[in-house]
Ligand binder design. Structure first.
Ligand SMILES: [Zn+2]
Length: 270
């Protein structure tokens, strides 16, 4: 499935998410699709036919602001991000949404990313941020964890194993006893790379649960989502973030596993 197909699937009759990250060498068509969908005045967004869609296609829509980067920190100084943040609270001119495209935003400075994070955490209801990059690992985990991510670089095989483990973790998180989760955490804690990737995937799963629970997506993320709340999903994403930060500092695997297990269980109220 191409990125544009995935985006089309996400957008079908749904709300455009507040923050979208596109990891791709060429994100132009994906960006066009999202910007059109955000401003389109038809029911089936993007229709490609209405005045809003045409203006968007011509890069001539007052509510779509495109910033051009070059993969370095330079085009995105923290002052620019602060200006964007303030502007994001001013209502759109003619569309229902206002879109900020930060093109080729790889390697944005941590200060600029933290400034952006503030608006990601409490976005105005009409604002949509689209970040494109060649390599999303140059963005802060806190930014990544609050966005819907579309990536062109998916290693299907290893992804499958990681995805399976992430799903097992969700199952164990809501199980009556913690034993199964503890085992999974122990198995993972000796391999830091696998642990990191699994936690990122787990965040993806909970992001999908979040989208489903808040009515943005109608796809059922995992069977366990019926017993979870929007708050559980947010807490679980943050817990995974804390674990990621903790494991890079701490070398004690069994301590990491115990802590990971406790944090994940607590996130879902166990
Ligand atoms: Zn339209």
């Amino acid at each position: 499935m191409s990125i544009t197909d995935k985006i089309k699937a996400l957008l079908k009759n749904r709300v455009v998410p507040h923050a979208i990250i596109i990891e791709s060498a060429d994100a132009e068509s994906a960006v066009r699709l999202i910007t059109q969908a955000a401003v389109c005045s038809s029911a089936d967004k993007p229709c490609g036919e209405c005045e809003m869609c045409k203006k968007a296609a011509d890069l001539n829509h007052a509510d779509i602001k495109i910033y051009r980067g070059d993969g370095t920190a330079k085009p995105y100084p923290v002052d620019l991000i602060r200006d964007i943040r303030m502007d994001a609270f001013i209502k759109p001119n003619e569309a229902e949404k206002k879109v900020y495209v930060l093109d080729k935003a790889d390697n944005m400075s941590p200060q600029a990313q933290n400034a952006l994070l503030k608006v990601f955490e409490e976005p105005p209801e009409f604002a949509v941020f689209v970040i494109t990059c060649k390599n999303k690992s140059t963005l802060l985990d806190t930014i990544l964890s609050r966005a819907v991510i579309f990536s062109e670089y998916l290693d299907e095989k290893s992804d499958e194993k990681i995805l399976l483990t992430a799903h097992k973790i969700v199952e164990a998180m809501v199980a009556p006893y913690e034993l199964e989760l503890l085992k999974l955490c122990y198995d993972l804690s000796s391999d830091k790379d696998a642990l990191r990737n699994t936690l990122s995937e787990l965040q993806n799963v909970f992001r999908n649960i979040y989208l489903e629970k808040s009515g943005v997506s109608t796809a059922v993320a995992v069977p366990q989502s019926s017993v979870l709340t929007v708050q559980n999903a947010v807490d679980a994403i943050d817990a995974a973030e804390q674990i990621k930060n903790a494991i890079t500092r701490n070398a004690n695997n069994s301590l990491n596993a115990t802590r990971m297990c406790a944090l994940l269980r607590a996130a879902v109220g166990k």
